[in-house]
Design a binder for this molecule. Structure first.
Ligand SMILES: [Cu+2]
Length: 258
């Protein structure tokens, strides 16, 4: 260790980092960042965010405590016009500032991976729906029920598998309460883009599907009603919908000529 590192009050610096981490985490965990939870994925994603907030608070605290300490400890004395002392590397410090972020990032990657794995697990009885976006509206094809609609109706606690289609430009599917967000890419079927996802809504109610990819002048109005309801209500609703045109799914899957 370089001579000038001697006499660093490491215990007190470490204590200050821990205290600031606790205070920052406490403050940053107060807001309900994501709002209402209405799918089985939501609590898992929110928990992941909370863990990331604590990790970020820890990194923030290391930087702030070290910076503040350095500013105070090695500030120039009044009248000192001299240059700073030339300093070469400090091997222990460099090993520390390489190892700690590496461990944090690897932990975050592994944890995110397991969460993603859980929320992408497919149920055998999932219900397929094709969500089709075009400037500036959504519609939804239900191949199993043979209907098409401008509203997204789903059954509580029943997993849905949503295939995304875009007929013109990029759009993006987002129901905030479900936490799931996925782009719809023109020409996607068969392209190398992962264009479908599963989600299990677990709270009945009315929500809003929001296009969350700037897609043109009417983007802000590109929304669709989302209704999560019982199987009986869903079956009743299906009977009032337009039949799915024979060529509908095929037409939706065509690459729109540009
Ligand atoms: Cu849009």
């Amino acid at each position: 260790m370089a001579p000038r590192m001697k006499g660093l009050p490491l215990a007190r610096i470490f204590a200050a980092i821990v205290v600031l981490t606790v205070v920052m985490s406490f403050i940053m965990l107060i807001p309900n960042w994501d709002g209402e939870q209405a799918s089985t994925a939501a609590p898992k994603i929110d928990e992941l965010l909370d863990v990331m907030i604590v990790l970020s608070s820890f990194v923030f605290s290391i930087v702030m405590v070290m910076l503040t300490y350095a500013l105070w400890r090695w500030r120039a004395k009044p009248g000192d016009e001299g240059d700073g002392e030339p300093i070469h590397g400090n091997t222990r410090l460099e090993i520390a500032w390489t190892t700690i972020p590496t461990v944090i990032v690897l932990f975050a990657a592994a944890y995110s991976w397991t969460v993603l794995d859980k929320i992408e697990t497919e149920d055998a009885d999932r219900m397929p729906i094709t969500a089709i976006g075009q400037q500036y509206e959504w519609h939804f094809d239900y191949p199993d029920q043979g209907v098409t609609s401008e509203e997204l109706h789903v059954v509580t606690d029943q997993q849905i598998e949503v295939s995304m289609r875009a007929l013109d430009v990029l759009h993006s599917f987002w129901v905030p309460e479900w936490r799931i967000k996925r782009d719809a890419v023109p020409g996607a079927p068969g392209a190398s883009i992962d264009d479908d996802f599963v989600v299990t809504p677990d709270k009945a109610g009315a929500f809003s599907l929001i296009c969350t990819e700037l897609c043109g002048i009417g983007h802000a109005t590109m929304r669709a009603p989302v209704v999560v309801e019982s199987q009986a209500e869903f079956n009743k609703w299906v009977r009032t919908q337009d039949p799915l045109p024979k060529d509908s799914a095929a037409a939706a899957s065509e690459v729109a000529p540009q």
